[in-house]
Design a protein around this ligand. Structure first.
Ligand code: SF4
Ligand code: SF4
Ligand code: SF4
Length: 272
């Protein structure tokens, strides 16, 4: 039974967030929202413990579709980075701001880039493509993320500075158009570089938040050097080119780990 403490603990943490936000903000949406996300994550961990082959993908679909379809399209909440800037500028502590604070800014101090492995609706689609492990070494294109990050900030700041009316409506269309562009760019890059996660590695602006915060992540995959036989299987299956056998925080591509556990599953010596 001890092994099920983690999913139960995860559910408890999210329930605590759900109840706290519900009571402090007097909005029942937070109760249902964080309860649903906590339940999805707990289910995923439970399935992983039970060695279900598709545990991670099930969580990714449960959370990714919920955010994209329900929060984004039905509730018209821009959960992309533009939405975060928008709510930040208006000083409204709403779903997009809370989402960024929990999943992408402070949460990564605990669970690293778990968002990228288990919840992102962009990667949810990209992970269906055929290049699960990269065909080539990384390219030196990571600087593009700073351009996309700056573009999103300048776009929203310009709307405010120009006193454009009905920004809420613009944010909704920006969410739709932004997602179409992300999916198109992600799919083209995946095929061009034979790497499903090329978009994550080079283009995604959210990584500007995620990478520095996940450097300090509490949860990390670590290697038991006594057991490791340096077979290299873990590096071969890693979608993010992480040198997981190095336990240093400075390990190669360390802030790229999405906690997908493919390396753990592939290790023949249970060294990870
Ligand atoms: S890097 Fe960006 S696109 Fe990729 S999984 Fe993370 S948030 Fe999603
Ligand atoms: S394979 Fe291992 S090191 Fe690579 S991203 Fe997944 S969990 Fe991290
Ligand atoms: S797969 Fe396991 S044994 Fe092989 S190099 Fe990685 S950690 Fe070491």
């Amino acid at each position: 039974m001890k092994k099920y403490f983690l999913p139960v603990g995860m559910l408890a943490v999210f329930e605590a967030i759900a109840v706290t936000l519900w009571l402090t903000k007097d909005n029942i949406f937070y109760l249902s929202n964080f309860s649903y996300i906590g339940f999805s994550l707990a289910l995923g961990i439970f399935l992983y413990i039970r060695k279900h082959q598709h545990a991670r993908r099930i969580v990714q679909l449960l959370i990714g579709l919920y955010m994209l379809i329900y929060l984004g399209l039905i509730c018209r909440e821009n959960m992309q980075i533009e939405g975060f800037w928008y709510y930040l500028f208006t000083g409204v502590f709403e779903a997009a701001t809370i989402h960024y604070a929990v999943a992408k800014i402070f949460g990564p101090l605990i669970f690293g880039r778990g968002w990228c492995g288990y919840a992102c609706w962009t990667a949810m689609v990209l992970d269906f493509l055929p290049y699960k492990t990269p065909d080539h070494n990384r390219r030196g294109l990571g600087w593009i993320r700073y351009l996309t990050f700056a573009t999103s900030l300048i776009f929203v700041a310009s709307l405010f500075l120009a006193h454009v009316g009905n920004i809420e409506q613009i944010m909704f269309f920006a969410f739709i158009i932004g997602n179409v562009i992300y999916y198109a760019a992600g799919i083209i890059l995946a095929f061009a570089f034979k790497d499903n996660r090329a978009f994550c590695k080079y283009i995604c602006p959210v990584t500007v938040f995620l990478k520095p915060m996940s450097y300090y992540s509490l949860f990390r995959v670590s290697c038991d050097k006594e057991k490791c036989i340096s077979c290299g299987k873990c590096k071969k299956v890693c979608p993010m080119d992480v040198d997981v056998t190095d336990n240093s925080r400075k390990r190669k591509n360390g802030t790229e780990c999405i906690l997908c556990m493919e390396c753990v599953k592939a290790c023949p010596k249970q060294a990870l």
